[in-house]
Design a protein around this ligand. Structure first.
Ligand code: AKG
Length: 293
């Protein structure tokens, strides 16, 4: 790999203040698509919380347990007596992830929209799914039914595996290289298809050119097994307690193994970035020579 796409930050401060490097450097690394890896933040479980990691507590009909922003509604827990303790565990991560992002990136303050926090209890290995939904293939995040017109997807993850197993990711090449490789293969949408998909309620709003390209990049990456094998990439075993942050619509990533993870998503307008031209929207518009939203 030419240059690592992972930047290790040996801080143990959840308020994002005591840092071994300048905040500016972290902001630039994040906005250029790198993963910020905090091995020492050490998200900890309380002694009584181990039973909450049993996949049997989760509703099998839902992908994840989720807690709405600001400690709102909790979804996906079956047993009544587990509702409150799960809420406390996920809520604690929600608060810590919000404090961390707020401390690290005050320029995003007031501009971030907080999505529900999710607790993922399922084992990664052996999951049966279609190639499109297979997150063990390198991809960038793009939503088929929810066009986002370039809005950024900022994610904070922590591995809470109780037996100490790492969550193993692969991190691929920078977004611009991905785009340059796959854009020539992407066909234009059929005229009228964006309106039709919306009319049929397949998408929640009309799919923009940007969303069309992002979805097709996501699919083209996952469909190309030779690319999956041979592209520039690094394998990263995130240990128990570690925290990592990235713009997942930009960072090429795949999950290979592990179980038990907490995840917090934020949405950010491109205009709130220090370098909007580094965003997938900025890069794709430059490469295509036209506005895409
Ligand atoms: C995604 O949500 O896009 C993933 O690739 C999942 C990552 C993980 O489960 O660790």
């Amino acid at each position: 790999m030419s240059q690592s796409q992972i930047l290790e930050v040996t801080s143990s401060d959840w308020n994002g203040q005591e840092l071994p490097v300048s905040r500016q450097l972290l902001l630039e690394a994040l906005e250029s698509g790198k993963v910020l890896y905090f091995p020492k933040l050490n998200f900890t479980l309380q002694d009584n919380e181990a039973p909450l990691l049993d996949p049997a507590i989760a509703d099998p009909k839902r992908k994840n347990i989720s807690l709405a922003a600001n400690g709102g509604v909790l979804h996906g827990v079956l047993a009544d007596d587990k509702q409150q303790p799960v809420r406390e565990l996920v809520g604690r991560f929600q608060q810590q992830a919000c404090a961390l992002v707020d401390g690290l990136f005050p320029e995003y303050r007031q501009r971030l929209r907080t999505a529900p926090t999710s607790l993922r209890l399922m084992q990664v290995e052996g999951r049966q799914t279609s190639w499109r939904k297979d997150d063990s293939r390198l991809h960038i995040d793009a939503f088929p039914s929810r066009p986002n017109y370039g809005e950024r997807i900022l994610r904070v993850f922590t591995n809470v595996n109780p037996s100490g197993a790492p969550r193993v990711w692969r991190v691929g090449e920078p977004f611009e290289q991905v785009a340059k490789r796959f854009l020539p293969r992407i066909k234009s949408p059929f005229p009228g298809s964006a309106k039709l998909l919306h009319w049929l309620h397949i998408t929640k709003s009309p799919r923009s050119r940007y969303d069309h390209l992002m979805l097709n990049l996501h699919d083209a990456m996952k469909a190309d097994m030779e690319y999956q094998r041979s592209c520039d990439q690094e394998t990263m075993p995130f240990p128990q307690g570690a925290v990592w942050i990235c713009f997942s619509d930009q960072t090429s990533h795949a999950v290979m193994s592990g179980q038990h993870m907490l995840e917090q998503t934020f949405f950010l307008p491109v205009t709130a970035m220090a370098k909007p031209e580094w965003a997938p929207l900025g890069i794709l518009q430059r490469l295509q020579g036209r506005a895409l939203v």
